[in-house]
Design a protein around this ligand. Sequence first.
Ligand SMILES: NCc1[nH]cc(CCC(=O)O)c1CC(=O)O
Length: 311
Amino acid sequence: MTQSLPKLRLGTRGSPLALWQAHAVRDALVKAHGWPQEAVEVQVIRTTGDAITDRALAQAGGKGLFTKELEEALLDRRIDLAVHSAKDMATRLPDGLHLVGYLPRADVRDALILREGSSLRDLPPGAKIGTASLRREAQLRRVRPDLQVSLLRGNVHTRLGKVESGEFDGTLLALAGLTRLGLADKASAVLDVTDFLPAVGQGAVAIETRFGDIAVDALIVPVVCPATGLAVRVERAYLGELDGSCRTPIGGLAEVIGDEIRFRGAVLSPDGTRYYEIVRYGSTSRALELGIAAGQEMRAMVPPELIPSGT
Ligand SMILES: NCc1[nH]cc(CCC(=O)O)c1CC(=O)O
């Protein structure tokens, strides 16, 4: 009998971070099943988000931009699974697709990259910080209203380059992304989640498949991390109650401790002057309910202009 290869076609964006994550999923799959590496074929698919570098993502139309072409390839059966940063996924997926699970989550925290110094306190008043994240911008303004925060897009290497060249005094990036690229030593400081609550899904690599394709899902299940899945599902349920786009600064972090989940959520005004926080504990057996209740409670607490409805 001839063995047919590939067994799975994996779709990914082509950025260095996306490729690292795709290879991590491939490596986990071939190891779990004792396959040769060629059993998982990695297909690079360019997304609209990759082509946009001159505008803020929120202005350009939100998170779907990094996933649309991958999801079309899934629905067209050109690939069997798509690998994404969980953070970049909209809360509502196209009909017929689902997130089957996540690799074990990496460090969820944000890192501060400075040209000089080793903490936020080392930045002089008026120092210029670049970030493309509304959440990081608002969190930064909240604790350091004196800083000049402005748009800095592009992949991790581009952003680091603009700090090294002096165009910016510093930037904020996910520690997970830096670590995956072998650049963790570029972090001048790792920011505490108390003031810099991460984005929903930060540090988690998500695997998306066709809903009901149980043959594919059965092959993926051995590599997914159940605790990460619980935590990210809580966070995404919370976010789904608030805003599917990225126009509001929102943080959310769930942690699974034994059979308990601790969730903390934050919403800020873009200028960082207003801050709303919620903390909830619950059982892992009612994870989704916990996330939904947290989101609804937050929505009831926050002034409506900060969270436009119907987006
Ligand atoms: N928005 C881009 C993006 N999506 C996921 C990560 C980092 C890796 C992760 O969170 O798993 C990054 C870069 C960053 O925010 O610094």
